[in-house]
Design a protein around this ligand. Structure first.
Ligand SMILES: Cc1cc2nc3c(=O)[nH]c(=O)nc-3n(C[C@H](O)[C@H](O)[C@H](O)COP(=O)(O)O)c2cc1C
Length: 295
């Protein structure tokens, strides 16, 4: 798509910062002022870096509003502070019996929008559950749906159908991971009334996107990660949930009540709430591997 660039010649000093920062070489300096390079404007990603880097506010890209470019406050924390913040994060599954205000939920959504995306604008949407009855209903649906899946899996014929419909990877995940959890979670509810899916959390965020948008899964995961960190910054606890999406995506009749269309895919869930307990120790983990290509 071809975009228009408004460059205010009175403000532009021709310093070339916008030219240097543009990832698609859409801009150039001519006669001491910035301008769009003929024939390259269609490559514009709408990343807005030219507007963000210009100290004189001389450039505006069509489709981006200056109002969406607030001045940056320089962060005042040392890297160690950020690393401590990361070390403090744990998956929180026990919550105080206290709702999360919509002000906080909206703050999480706003911060999550700072996540990078494969191609602007964002393809990720967030569906927020923050009413007890809606959360309880969804938890009941999960128990019912996964209970049904468990029954199907125990039948060799139906197991073959699942294998053919969903493929070897899904089958492997089910056998090694999902069904064991589901069996335990459903039993836990039967015996003690405990919700092992949503953990009785006061809020759930579902990150979803249209399956035809570029890199929609990766985008949604990054948005969820940012949301998780913002929740922590706000003193809340959260846990990423991958147990929720498959049922909503695959069970007939699960999407419509939540206003999700046929092409909408729920990528991840995130439960959020006020943590009941404080941790006094971090846990040091190692990634599966870290190596230089050339030692
Ligand atoms: C992609 C992903 C999916 C997850 N799905 C679930 C889930 O369905 N249920 C759950 O209780 N925890 C889930 N978790 C949380 C992990 O169990 C947790 O992050 C892991 O045990 C590490 O613990 P920590 O987050 O406290 O460091 C998920 C985490 C990730 C990253």
């Amino acid at each position: 798509m071809t975009r228009a660039y408004r460059i205010d010649a009175k403000l532009c000093r021709g310093d070339g910062l916008c030219v240097a920062v543009c990832p698609k070489r859409v801009l150039e300096i001519a006669e001491g002022k910035a301008r769009a390079v003929e024939g390259r404007v269609r490559h514009c990603l709408l990343c807005g870096q030219c507007m963000a880097v210009c100290v004189h506010d001389a450039i505006e890209v069509e489709g981006l509003s200056r109002a969406d470019f607030p001045p940056l406050r320089r962060h005042a924390f040392a890297p160690e502070d950020f690393e401590t913040f990361l070390a403090e994060r744990r998956s929180v599954r026990t919550f105080k019996d206290q709702p999360v205000s919509r002000e906080l939920l909206e703050r999480i959504a706003r911060a999550a929008a700072f996540a990078p995306m494969g191609f602007p604008p964002h393809s990720t949407s967030i569906l927020i559950f923050d009413r007890r009855e809606d959360l309880d209903r969804l938890a009941a649906e999960l128990r019912r749906g996964y209970g049904k899946l468990l029954d199907m899996y125990r039948n060799p014929f139906l197991r073959l159908i699942i294998r053919l419909k969903r493929g070897a990877e899904t089958m492997h995940a089910m056998r090694t991971h999902v069904l064991q959890i589901v069996e335990e979670d459903n039993e836990r509810f039967r015996e003690r009334g405990e919700d092992g899916y949503l953990y009785g959390a006061p809020a759930l965020l579902l990150f979803h996107a249209n399956r035809w948008s570029v890199a929609y899964q990766e985008n949604a995961m990054l948005v969820a990660a940012y949301a998780m960190l913002e929740a922590q910054a706000l003193g809340l606890g959260s846990t990423v949930l991958s147990i929720v999406p498959p049922l909503i995506n695959n069970m007939p009749g699960m999407r419509e009540p939540y206003g999700l269309g046929q092409d909408d895919v729920v990528v991840l869930g995130l439960i959020v709430g006020h943590p009941k307990y404080k941790y006094h120790r971090a846990i040091e983990r190692k990634l599966a591997g870290v190596r230089y290509l050339r030692p």
